[in-house]
Design a binder for this molecule. Sequence first.
Ligand code: KIV
Ligand code: ZN
Length: 390
Amino acid sequence: MSRDKDRLIIFDTTLRDGEQSPGASMTKEEKVRIAKALERMRVDVIEAGFPAASKGDFESVEAVARQVKDSVVCGLARAREDDISRAGEALKPANAGRIHTFIATSPIHMKMKLQLEPDEVLEQAVWAVKYARQFCDNVEFSPEDAGRSEPDFLCRVLEAVIDAGASTVNIPDTVGYNVPDQFGDLIRYLRERVPNADKAVFSVHCHNDLGLAVANSLAAVRAGARQVECTVNGLGERAGNASLEEIVMAVRTRQDFFDCDTHINAQEIVPTSRLVANITGFSVQPNKAIVGANAFAHESGIHQDGVLKSRETYEIMRAEDVGWKTNRMVLGKHSGRNAFRTRLQELGTVFESEEQLNEAFVRFKELADKKHEIFDDDLQALVTEANLAL
Ligand code: KIV
Ligand code: ZN
């Protein structure tokens, strides 16, 4: 995988962290379908699961590794011998595999969860990376809860795991505690202070507990991170992970600001979002950026009039570029005469006079006060009842 400074690597963890959303577990066949969709979208790395978690997860990672050819397939493993060897085993059929191993580095996790001293954690991290390298050349290391870890300890750990052979070091904000300036500063600090930083790709993995996962990830990109871990529709533990579609389109729409781009085929974004929503049963909120039903819908008269004159007045991206058929004019009580007339013209209704149009528009507003949205059938009924048009 290229290490260009203007290339942002997309690491999708829908099948691993996304599946950790309570109620979102998927069968092997469902995971393979999603993995194929991610491959079509040109995701660089697909984290297919956690092979040591269960027999089912092992088999899913193995099946994805067998069927995906163009993306790197990754398996997660704690920094333990049995986890790492299970991941190595599951990834055997992969064209290009990656083992992602992790251990927590925050004071609270080391003390309360692992009951290990910092030096013991460092030693285990180094051992895990070296052991993973026996199965696979491509090894990623994550200091779990990095967002609450002591930065100088993180520097020591990162330097040691890069020396041990990790080619990607991932900085997780595991509990979504960070805010953008702080997280960006942390990434900048680590990149400057770790002496061998340029030998590894810096990655970030942000959770959305404060609704800041995407903002934190983008702040990290500004600070030089060149891999972002994310999920389709922002699925994931608790409030979810950074959402893939938002990261990809933020960077693409504002390349002037980020100085990098992904290789994602954005036209596959909406179909993949639908597939994930259908399989998991987690529907997408209508006002969700990029993939929500209203993301490219205009209701107010002022906006509709502007968009009918030039789409760029109220659209910063084209609906077609992310996989929608088109943008959408929604007729409701805020809509204006221009959108009303345009929609009726599209439906083949032409008014004889401006007076007739005005009369129909008054009736439309009366109806719109009673209904959330006016559909084509409502419009046709309205015109027919009033016997207004040709
Ligand atoms: O949130 C987290 O810290 C993780 C790690 C396993 C990377 O998911
Ligand atoms: Zn996570």
